[in-house]
Design a protein around this ligand. Sequence first.
Ligand code: NCD
Ligand code: ZN
Length: 344
Amino acid sequence: MTTQLSITTPDDWHLHLRDGNALNTTVPFSAKQFQRAIVMPNLAQAITNTDRALAYRQRILDAAPEGNSFQPLMVLYLTDDTSVVDIKQASESKHIVAAKLYPAGATTNSSNGVTNITRLAPIFNAMQTDGILLLVHAEVVDSNVDIFDREQVFIDKHLCAIRRDFPQLRIVLEHATTQQGIQFVEESNNTAATLTPQHLLFNRNDLLVSGIRPHNYCLPVLKRETHRQALVKAATSGSPKFFLGTDSAPHATQAKETNCGCAGCFTAHAAIELYTEVFEKEDALDKLEGFCSFYGADFYGLPRNKSTITLIKKQWSAPEHYSFGEQTLTPFRQETPLSWKLQT
Ligand code: NCD
Ligand code: ZN
């Protein structure tokens, strides 16, 4: 039995750090295990241009522990008003590597997202030319589409067309949750997907059986077991099209344990441990390093990290809460002990 494991320092290719006071909680958790992170731009005031992205990057760096070399990689938030000039400017800054497509209304802080995807053609064209990746929240928002079908419908209705029309555009299907999402990525060139710990570990029963569990609620919502199994198979297959993206998305405990709770699981307190558990259960620890530390960097065209981290097989439990500005934050998988611990 493996009881100690060293891998190249991983990167998180999908992360929500929030802003203000929250950064003092979120940044150290990610910085202790990840060298780089793709920082999602869905702040209350969205990161829609280069100036905002660079100012936000500086606030993140200011919140990193002394001497830590955590590197935030910034993302532009696409709106109906994004211009080709916005893309050009972003591509001239080495700190901005991607732009995120949120269908308006699909998730947290997406009200300024895109309402008409076909009108973004000139933007996608500029991104393709300038080497800016397209990151997609792949869910339709039509009220007549069942929430469990929203990923598949988005792929059929929108993603297939974008893929066909901009063949050189590098696309990441963010937080893939379905068998159909996996299949789309496998069959498409220049296309990859991030996979979250919650979608690899849990299915929708973990959200809804024996009481509703707000800290397991995120978007896209957890799916049925067959989908979870397809994700695990993809993650542990050794395919470079699938890589780590936690989608760690903190909301204050009160904002989740309420009448209309926010979507998002805070997983950054134990992200690498959660992934290690998934790979160990599949007897695929030999595939962990590629998924966590190599394939994301390769897809983004960035160098692989040189340093390493070490994990120890050891039971521990996350605390009930962490402090989060004036409020508290309830970590994901708080109820049952974790089986690996990052050595610090
Ligand atoms: C994310 C958030 O809260 O910012 N929530 C979530 O459930 N994943 C947004 C997102 O990635 O959809
Ligand atoms: Zn997210």
